[in-house]
Design a protein around this ligand. Structure first.
Ligand code: SAH
Length: 705
C-alpha cells in the first residue's frame, strides 16, 4: 500500500524550555485559538468582530477611505459547517424546493427583501415562522433586515440550532425547515471547515501597498491575458510547430512571480532575468515532437517513427553544425532500418529504441532550436511588460493617482509595531485615495440549481459561474473577514467578481494541475493528528481552512488570504503545504521553510505533500529528503489515491470531483524540536493519515436510490 520510512536524521531530542510563553496579546486576539487544533465546532454565538489589536491604530493612521482591512475575526465562530455533518444535512436536498411544503407567507416582507429572494415560512416542528432565501439557500429565525444576506443572519440559521446535524433530517417532519443546502449536491461534500482556528503566530505587518481590485482593471487584465495566451500559442505553432506544453503558461507565471518586483499582480513585468529557464526547458523538452507514454506496441512504433521523422526535418531546416546534422541523420537512418527489419517489434523494443534515439539526438536538436525557443520566452515576457503598463495606466486614471511613480507617497507612515507577536491575520491593503466610485452597482447576478453567476455590467462574456456551494463558502469567508469593514456586504459582489475573474485569467480554460487539492478526509486527519490549521498554498476557491496563503493578496485578502507563501513569516504553528507543480517554486518553498525553522520562536511544523518524481528526482524532493529538519517521511503510491479536481469550484458534475493520481505522493514532516515534540509524527498517526488518503472515494455523495 504505502511505504513509510523515517529518514536517517530522525533522532531528535525534545527542546527544553524552548517554547515561548504566549504574550497576553495573543489570547486577547483570539481566545478560542489556544485550543485551536481541535476540529470540533465552536458553540453558536453572535459573531464578534474583534479587531486585530493593531488594526485600530493602523486604520487611523491612514485616511479611512484608503485602507481596506479585512479584519481578523478573533474568536468569531465559523458558520456551522463541518464535513462529517455535511453528509447528513446535505442529504436534505434542494433548498427552496424542500421548503415549499410549509407554505410561504411572504406578505410582510419588504419589496427589497422579496426581490433579494427572501420568503417567510412556517416551521411545524418549532411552531414558529422562519425565513428562507431561495437565491442563497439561507434560512433564518429572525426577519432578514437587508437585501444581501450577512453573517449575523447566517449564524441564526434555524437548522443550525439543531445540535446534531447527522440526525437532523431524519428527525424532521417533511414540512420542517430544511437545513440550507448551500448549493445542492456539492454541499454533501463540504470541502472546508472554518471552525478550525489558527495556531499560527507571526509578527505584526504593515498594510501592503496594493491597489484595491476594481472591475474595470480586472476586466482589462482578463482580456489582455487571453491575448497573451493566444500569442504564446501562436508562437509555439509558428516557430516550433508544436502546441504549447500543457499548463506551461501557468507554470511560467508561477515561476516569474518568484523574482517579479513589478507592480502588477498578474502580469510579470520586472523580473531578474527576462528569459525564463523553466519555460525554455518545457518547450525544448517537447521538441521536435511531444512524446507521451504509449499504451500499445503499435503506439510505441508510431511514436518512434514520428520522433525520427521530426528530428530529421528539424535538423535539416535549422542552422546546425555539420557534425550535429550527421549524428541526427545517422541515428534516424538506423531507426528506419530497425522499423523496416523488425516487422513486429515488441513494445519494449520500441521504447528502448525511442529512449536511445532521444538520448543521442536531443542535445543536437536543442542546440539547433535554442535561439528560436529563447525568442518565444523573451517575446512572451516583453508582451507581459507591455500589458502590465496598460493596466497600470488604467489604474492611475481610476484611482486618481497624482504621483504615478509613488502613488502611496501621500499616505502617513504606519504606526504599528513590527516586533509585536500576533495571531496571523489576513493581508491588509492600503491604496491610493480616493476609493473608486461605487463599483458594486455595476455587477449583476443570477443562478441555476447548481451554479451562481456574477457578471460585470451587461456584457455576458464577463460572466463568472461558480457552484453554489462554493458561493456560500465565499460568503462565509467574506463575512468572517470583512464584517466590520463592510457590514452591509455591499462590496461583496464586486470583490467576488474581481477574485473570480483573476483566477479565471490565471488558470485559463483548464489548469487543473496547479490547483489540485488534498482530499477532505486528509485535511480532517492532518488537523486532528498533527494540529494543522493552515494551508500554505491555496486560493479562496480551494482552501479548507479559513486561514491560508495564496498567490493574489489584493483580490484574496477579503476572503482571508495571508498573501503569497514566500512573503509570509510564521514564528510558530502547524502548516500543510501542497504546492503547485512548479519546480522553482517548490525549491524556493524548501529554502523558505528551512529559514523559518531556523528562526522559529515556538513549535513550528510543515507537512509537505510533493509528487514522488524520481526519474530523475526533482531538486525540491532531494532537498526535502536531505533536510536536517526532516523528522519523518512517508509515501502514498500512484493510482492508490486521488486529488480533488483543480476546477472543483466550477465543476458541472460531482463525478469529476476526484482525480486519480498517476504519481506517488511523498509526505515529509519538516519540524523544529518544539514542533516535533508537540506534533510528533508517530507510526500510529501516519497509519491513520494513510487510511484517510484511501477514503476519499467513500466520502463522495452517495448515489441517488
Ligand atoms: N489548498 C489546497 C490546494 C493547493 S493547490 C491544498 O493545500 O491541497 C496549490 C495552490 O497554490 C493553488 O491554489 C495556487 O493558486 C496557489 N499558489 C500559487 N502560488 C502561490 C504562492 N506563491 N503562495 C501561495 N499560494 C500559491
Amino acid at each position: 500500500m504505502a511505504t513509510d520510512a523515517p529518514p536517517s536524521t530522525a533522532a531528535e531530542t525534545p527542546a527544553s524550555g524552548q517554547a515561548e510563553q504566549q504574550p497576553p496579546l495573543l489570547s486577547a486576539v483570539d481566545p478560542s485559538a489556544s485550543s485551536s487544533t481541535t476540529t470540533s465546532p465552536p458553540p453558536l454565538a453572535p459573531i464578534r468582530t474583534e479587531r486585530h489589536p493593531s488594526s485600530s491604530s493602523t486604520a487611523s493612521s491612514f485616511d479611512s477611505t484608503c485602507v481596506t482591512s479585512p479584519l481578523t475575526p478573533g474568536g468569531a465562530p465559523g458558520a456551522p459547517f463541518r464535513s462529517p455533518g455535511a453528509a447528513g444535512f446535505g442529504a436534505t436536498g434542494g433548498g427552496a424546493a424542500g421548503v415549499g411544503g410549509s407554505g410561504a407567507t411572504s406578505h410582510d416582507l419588504s419589496e427589497e427583501l422579496l426581490a433579494a429572494g427572501w420568503r417567510k415560512f412556517w416551521s411545524k416542528r418549532e411552531n414558529r415562522p422562519y425565513y428562507f432565501n431561495k437565491l442563497t439557500n439561507q434560512s433564518l429565525w429572525e426577519p432578514p433586515t437587508a437585501a444581501l444576506p450577512g453573517v449575523k443572519r447566517t449564524l441564526s440559521d434555524p437548522a443550525a440550532a439543531v445540535p446534531n446535524h447527522h440526525h437532523q433530517h431524519h428527525q424532521q417532519g417533511p414540512s420542517a425547515p430544511k437545513r440550507p443546502s448551500f448549493g445542492g449536491p456539492q454541499a454533501l461534500d463540504a470541502a472546508w471547515n472554518f471552525s478550525v482556528h489558527s495556531n499560527c503566530v507571526t509578527l505584526e505587518r504593515p498594510p501592503r501597498r496594493l491597489f484595491q481590485p476594481h472591475p474595470e482593471t480586472e476586466l482589462l487584465r482578463a482580456q489582455l491575458i487571453a491575448k497573451l495566451r493566444q500569442h504564446y500559442s501562436e508562437l509555439c505553432v509558428s516557430r516550433e510547430n508544436i502546441q504549447p506544453p500543457p499548463d506551461s503558461f501557468n507554470r511560467w507565471l508561477i515561476e516569474r512571480y518568484l523574482s517579479d518586483k513589478g507592480s502588477d499582480p498578474l502580469f510579470p513585468s520586472d523580473c531578474d532575468n527576462e528569459l525564463s529557464y523553466a519555460l525554455f526547458r518545457e518547450i525544448i523538452n517537447d521538441l521536435p515532437v511531444r512524446l507521451c507514454r504509449p499504451k500499445l506496441s503499435a503506439d510505441a512504433k508510431k511514436q518512434l517513427y514520428r520522433y525520427a521523422e521530426a528530428s530529421k526535418a528539424m535538423i535539416e531546416s535549422r542552422v546546425a553544425n555539420p557534425e550535429s546534422r550527421k549524428i541526427v541523420k545517422w541515428n534516424v537512418e538506423q531507426t528506419y532500418q530497425f522499423l523496416r527489419q523488425a516487422k513486429m517489434p515488441t513494445y519494449e523494443d520500441c521504447l528502448e529504441r525511442l529512449a536511445h534515439l532521444k538520448r543521442t539526438c536531443q542535445p543536437h536538436i536543442e542546440e539547433a532550436a535554442k535561439e528560436s525557443v529563447e525568442k518565444i520566452c523573451t517575446k512572451l515576457y516583453h508582451l507581459s511588460v507591455e500589458y502590465a503598463k496598460k493596466v497600470r495606466e488604467l489604474q492611475e486614471t481610476l484611482f486618481k493617482v497624482t504621483n504615478p511613480t509613488d502613488p502611496w507617497a501621500d499616505l502617513p507612515p504606519w504606526s504599528g509595531d513590527p516586533k509585536r507577536r500576533v495571531r496571523c491575520y489576513p493581508v491588509q491593503i492600503c491604496s491610493p485615495a480616493p476609493r473608486p466610485a461605487a463599483q458594486q452597482q455595476l455587477v449583476e447576478t443570477g443562478c441555476t440549481d447548481r451554479m451562481q453567476f456574477v457578471r460585470y455590467g451587461r456584457d455576458n462574456s464577463s460572466q463568472q459561474g461558480i457552484c453554489r456551494s462554493v458561493f456560500a463558502k465565499l460568503q462565509q469567508l467574506y463575512t468572517l473577514h470583512c464584517t466590520e469593514e463592510d457590514p452591509s456586504m455591499e462590496k461583496f459582489f464586486p470583490r467576488l467578481w474581481c477574485m473570480l475573474t483573476r483566477y479565471q485569467a490565471f488558470l485559463g480554460q483548464q489548469s487543473q494541475n496547479t490547483q489540485a487539492a488534498l482530499p477532505i478526509p486528509v485535511f480532517e486527519a492532518i488537523s486532528r493528528l498533527f494540529g494543522v490549521t493552515f494551508e500554505l498554498f491555496a486560493s479562496p476557491l480551494n482552501c479548507y481552512f479559513k486561514q491560508y496563503c495564496s498567490a493574489f493578496p489584493d483580490t484574496d485578502c477579503y476572503f482571508g488570504s495571508r498573501g503569497p507563501v514566500l512573503d509570509f513569516y510564521p514564528l510558530e504553528g502547524s502548516f500543510e503545504a501542497n504546492p503547485p507543480f512548479s519546480e522553482e517554486l517548490m525549491v524556493a518553498m524548501v529554502n523558505h521553510m528551512e529559514n523559518l525553522l531556523k528562526e522559529a520562536t515556538g513549535p513550528l511544523s510543515f507537512m509537505v505533500f510533493l509528487p514522488d518524481w524520481r526519474d530523475p528526482p526533482t531538486e525540491a524532493l532531494v532537498r526535502l529528503e536531505a533536510s536536517p529538519y526532516n523528522r519523518r517521511q512517508t509515501c502514498v503510491l500512484p493510482f492508490e489515491h486521488s486529488y480533488r479536481n483543480g476546477m472543483q469550484h466550477c465543476l458541472e458534475r460531482d463525478e469529476d470531483l476526484y482525480v486519480k493520481s498517476a504519481h506517488g505522493t511523498l509526505i515529509v514532516f519538516l519540524q523544529n524540536d518544539a514542533g516535533f515534540m508537540k506534533w510528533t509524527p508517530t507510526s500510529e498517526k501516519i497509519k491513520d493519515l494513510l487510511i484517510a488518503f484511501g477514503q476519499q472515494s467513500s466520502h463522495r455523495r452517495p448515489q441517488p436510490q
